[in-house]
Design a protein around this ligand. Structure first.
Ligand code: PHE
Length: 344
């Protein structure tokens, strides 16, 4: 029996010497030490041994088991080390490789201007409203004192969808929608940014689609001086403390009186240059006191309430502020153009 154990040990150690894979090692462990393994098989013979022999053989058996187990453990440790090394090799990181830059997006210059204007007016207690770009003739014209055959409709050449539905030509219909929603309540103090559409031939300064920001204030005793003061405050924040405004008489069917508002030329600070055509002034918006007819139609008694409104072109302001010479740059999505505003 002792010889069988020795032979078993030798065979096991020889086999273990040659194992190359984890799988082979597992197989050998089962073959020699497993429940149905060779060592167990030898131990069956114990039953036939005498009482004196048994402890001796028992001891040898334990030694044999221990010897085989030790080698298996060593091999196991070796395989673990090799596996770690292999993974370190295959998963090495080249810390000298240049990193992949994460390109941060940036606001479109028009959206930057809109946010800036919004911030300034929110600071003066206004809220921001929006309205649909596909609009009804009713809100875009009729309710703004522009009946069907009014000659002033020609001021804004319109894209019609049907006879009653059109692409809004200005953000002024949002004035009407807001007043109707307020149901005669005051104060109304809103601005409204959004896209508008006109049948224009596109060139460096015209686009069939552009962006406006509308403003509307309705309350008791709102006067023209409130309009003037509000706009002066706005341009000072937008273009700098030195900026002045100039109001020129104008006409819009929905305001009376109406005024075009000029600001000190941002390029030459009023001295006269090519951009302002030597006048020192730049036109940036149309404005006026809300027409009594418009107030009345929208449910505000013109005897009791008054208001002012204005509408500015966002592209024009962006072009002046950033020195952009062609309106089409805003819409072509050229990254070389857009990236210039990422850090402004
Ligand atoms: N809606 C006018 C335009 O687009 C601008 C404007 C708005 C004028 C509000 C007066 C009051 O030309």
């Amino acid at each position: 029996m002792r010889e069988r154990l020795e032979a078993l040990q030798q065979a096991a150690l020889a086999d273990l010497q040659n194992v190359e894979t984890q799988q082979q090692l597992n197989d050998l462990r089962i073959q020699y030490l497993g429940k149905k393994g060779e060592l167990t098989e030898v131990l069956r013979g114990m039953a036939q041994l005498s009482a004196e022999e048994r402890p001796l053989v028992g001891q040898v058996t334990n030694e044999t088991r221990k010897a085989i187990e030790d080698v298996i453990e060593q091999k196991q440790a070796l395989f673990a080390r090799l596996e770690t090394e292999r993974r370190l090799q295959s998963e090495t990181i080249d810390v000298t490789l240049p990193g992949r830059a994460v390109r941060a997006g940036a606001l479109h210059p028009l959206n930057k201007i809109i946010e800036e204007v919004e911030d300034i007016f929110i600071g003066m207690g206004y809220t921001v409203e929006e309205g649909p770009e596909v609009e009804q003739d009713h809100y875009n014209f009729e309710m703004l004192n522009l009946p069907k055959d009014h000659p002033a409709r020609d001021m804004q050449d319109t894209f019609y969808v049907t006879e009653e539905i059109l692409l809004r030509t200005h953000t002024s219909p949002v004035q009407v929608r807001t007043m109707l929603a307020k149901k005669g309540e005051v104060p109304v103090k809103i601005i409204c940014p959004g896209r508008v559409y006109r049948r224009d031939d596109d060139d460096a300064t015209h686009s069939h689609m552009f962006t406006q920001i509308e403003g509307l204030v309705i309350d008791k005793k709102v006067r023209m001086s409130d309009l003037k003061g509000t706009l002066l405050q706005f341009v000072k924040q937008m273009f700098g403390e030195q900026t002045q405004i100039r109001l020129r008489p104008s006409f819009f069917p929905f305001t009376e009186p109406s005024a075009e508002v000029d600001v000190t030329c941002v390029m030459c600070k009023g001295h006269g240059c090519r951009v302002c055509k030597q006048t020192g002034w730049l036109e940036i918006l149309g404005s006026g006191m809300v027409h009594p007819r418009v107030l009345e139609m929208a449910g505000y008694d013109p005897q009791e309430y008054s208001g002012f409104a204005f509408g500015m072109g966002v592209e024009r302001i962006a072009m002046l502020k950033y020195g952009i010479d062609d309106i089409r740059h805003f819409y072509t999505g050229d990254l070389r153009f857009l990236r210039q505003f990422a850090r402004l």
